[in-house]
Design a binder for this molecule. Structure first.
Ligand code: NAD
Ligand code: TYD
Length: 336
């Protein structure tokens, strides 16, 4: 069985590729990635010599390259992670989000339709639903209307609608997963949790947008991987599955948890100008995927301890990232 994983050099795709290569020695896992600023292959040093791991450098928005590859390899499954994924970058420069997330998805769908894949799993986000109020009783369900607020979430919602249309129009066997915020090993240090860990470890200020009261629902990346594995094998064609583990925290709670765990001072927190269009709260109702047989294994408390430990033990990986191009990004993005 041949599985194409797009964006497998990134954070979640990278964890998923490792998980699949180790779990299914009889599946051939093809990691297709353009290796943008967010992709790196050092994370796969431990699996790169395994017989069932393959890497292809390609751009999902390159119609000819993708069509040729699909015609040659005749993949059975496509699990599609490749995307521009950072909200702040989408606010600064939306164009590449449309090219990769919308056009790239449509090109993959066409290629998958042409060869007749068994399943196309589209990895999406709860951000397509927009935002919830600051209460504790409302949750995103699969029936919540799509009301994306950032160029990133609008590009993801557009790709979701294309995936849906290929199912409705052409009968392509698809699933869409919409997961809450992930964290864990190999999370790129532009996102809140790894940014906070890396800066606390360097005794540098942590930029918290607005008043820090915005809420996110955090899921450990391992639990996202098991959810996608389940949907890939058992998902009912055409269905959407929300993925989340009921771990809602304000940004300030997340940052102070990390500071405390590392024994540092809360004086490191610096409140900075709020993100434009900053969504107030995300929270997932995971009932549908739980009925399919999924259950998360990490609470936020256990997951954050494991993650901090990983960053302590893998300084080389993130220090190499923050010493390069990232410096320029940080200076443009923040004035601290
Ligand atoms: P990431 O930014 O860490 O990784 C994206 C990967 O895609 C990188 O390896 C990059 O090189 C690759 N890529 C980018 N453009 C490409 C192109 N044109 N062709 C081929 N490869 C390309 O992202 P992530 O956080 O791992 O997110 C993966 C997917 O999961 C995304 O689709 C995202 O929308 C979704 N998602 C993310 C989260 C989260 O919290 N990070 C939550 C829910 C859903
Ligand atoms: P982020 O990790 O960018 O994920 P997303 O925007 O997809 O939810 O941000 C998580 C939350 O943390 C979000 O409410 C914005 C906030 N945040 C900060 O307060 N400061 C930062 O420097 C970053 C990157 C995010």
């Amino acid at each position: 069985m041949k599985i194409l994983v797009t964006g497998g050099a990134g954070f979640i795709g990278g964890n998923f590729v490792k998980y699949m290569v180790n779990k299914y020695s009889d599946y051939d896992i093809y990691n297709l990635d353009l290796l943008t600023y967010a992709g790196d292959l050092t994370k796969h040093q431990d699996i790169s010599t395994k017989k069932n791991y393959h890497f292809v450098k390609a751009d999902i928005a390159d119609h000819e390259a993708i069509t040729t590859l699909f015609d040659k390899e005749k993949f059975d499954f496509v699990v599609h992670f490749a995307a521009e994924s950072h909200v702040d970058r989408s606010i600064a420069d939306p164009g590449v989000f449309i090219r990769t997330n919308v056009l790239g998805t449509q090109i993959l769908l066409d290629a998958a339709k042409k060869i007749g894949v068994t399943k196309f799993v589209h990895v999406s986000t709860d951000e397509v639903y927009g935002e919830l109020d600051f209460d504790t009783t409302s949750f995103f369900t699969e029936g919540t209307p799509l009301q994306p607020n950032s160029p990133y979430s609008a590009s993801k919602a557009s790709s979701d609608l294309l995936v849906r249309s290929y199912h409705e129009t052409y009968g392509l066997p698809v699933n869409i997963t919409r997961c809450s915020n992930n964290y864990g090993p190999y999370h790129f240090p532009e996102k809140l949790i790894p940014l906070t860990i890396s800066r606390v470890l360097s005794d540098q200020k942590i930029p918290v947008y607005g008043d820090g009261k915005n809420v996110r629902d955090w899921l450990h990346v391992f639990d996202h991987c098991t959810a996608i594995d389940l949907v890939m094998h058992k998902g009912v064609n055409g269905e959407v599955y929300n993925v989340g583990g009921h771990n809602e925290r304000t940004n300030l709670e997340v940052v102070t948890t990390i500071i405390k765990a590392l024994g540092k001072s809360e004086n490191l927190i610096e409140f900075v100008e709020d993100r434009l269009g900053h969504d107030k709260r995300y929270a997932i109702d995971p009932t549908k995927i739980e009925k399919l047989g999924w259950k998360s294994t990490y609470t936020f408390e256990t997951g954050i301890v494991q993650t901090i430990q990983w960053y302590l033990e893998n300084k080389e990986w993130w220090q190499q990232i923050i010493s390069g191009e990232y410096q320029k990004y940080f200076e443009n993005q923040y004035s601290i």
